[in-house]
Design a protein around this ligand. Structure first.
Ligand SMILES: N[C@@H](CCC(=O)N[C@@H](CS)C(=O)NCC(=O)O)C(=O)O
Length: 200
């Protein structure tokens, strides 16, 4: 385990529930220890609140639960919204992100996969297309980059990498958002250096 003044994010060797937090650090321009634990790493799981990852250690502060970690990073680095309404909208996008992403990994029958592809995913993506379009097409919430954009980006990336690109590409504003986000210099640098051997 790394003891450091810079924040340490513990997760497995995958994007999963940690990638939004990682990209938040990148967007904020904050150096962090990106610890990709092997699955059998007992030490950090024992220390983690619920014996699960991700687990963030930032100085004296330690916290579990991916959305709480994201919210902490977003608040600390001014990516969490400037008003109560914006902060709440950003959290709503974060929770929708997990509603979209988790079934990608848990759907275990052809019936569930078809329902996901033909009903669940279009329901969520058409809602996001509407939210993004009505907000001007550039940012999901407010007029500047926020944690909502990061959550949405990592979710769209999950969908692209798990064979749902053709579904996403039916939504032009989302597709354009994804490529615009990837062109942000810090993001394109991060993506080019990110290991290619991630498990998920
Ligand atoms: N609600 C938690 C779920 C955490 C979770 O399920 N983590 C998984 C990895 S994605 C884990 O640690 N699995 C190993 C285990 O439970 O032993 C969160 O979002 O952080």
């Amino acid at each position: 385990m790394i003891t450091s003044q810079i924040p340490t994010l513990h997760y497995f060797n995958g994007r999963g529930r940690a990638e939004t937090s990682r990209v938040l650090f990148v967007v904020a321009g904050v150096e962090f220890n990106d610890v990709k634990n092997p699955f059998d790493n007992a030490e950090i799981k024992q220390r983690a609140t619920y014996k699960q990852l991700p687990y963030l250690i930032d100085g004296d502060f330690e916290i579990s639960q991916s959305i709480a970690i994201e919210n902490y990073i977003a608040n600390k680095y001014n990516l969490a919204g400037d008003s109560l309404v914006d902060r709440t909208r950003i959290l709503s996008i974060a929770q929708a992100s997990y509603d979209i992403s988790i079934p990608i990994f848990t759907n275990d029958t052809d019936e569930k996969k078809a329902l996901y592809k033909n009903e669940t995913l279009p329901r969520f993506l058409s809602a996001w297309e509407k939210i993004l379009t009505e907000n001007g097409g550039k940012h999901f919430v407010g007029s500047k980059l926020s944690a909502a954009d990061v959550s949405a980006y990592t979710t769209l990336e999950n969908l692209y990498s798990k064979n749902y690109k053709e579904v996403v590409d039916k939504y032009p504003t989302l597709t354009n958002f994804k490529s615009t986000f990837e062109a942000i210099p810090s993001i394109s640098d991060y993506l080019s250096k990110r290991p290619k051997d991630l498990f998920f």
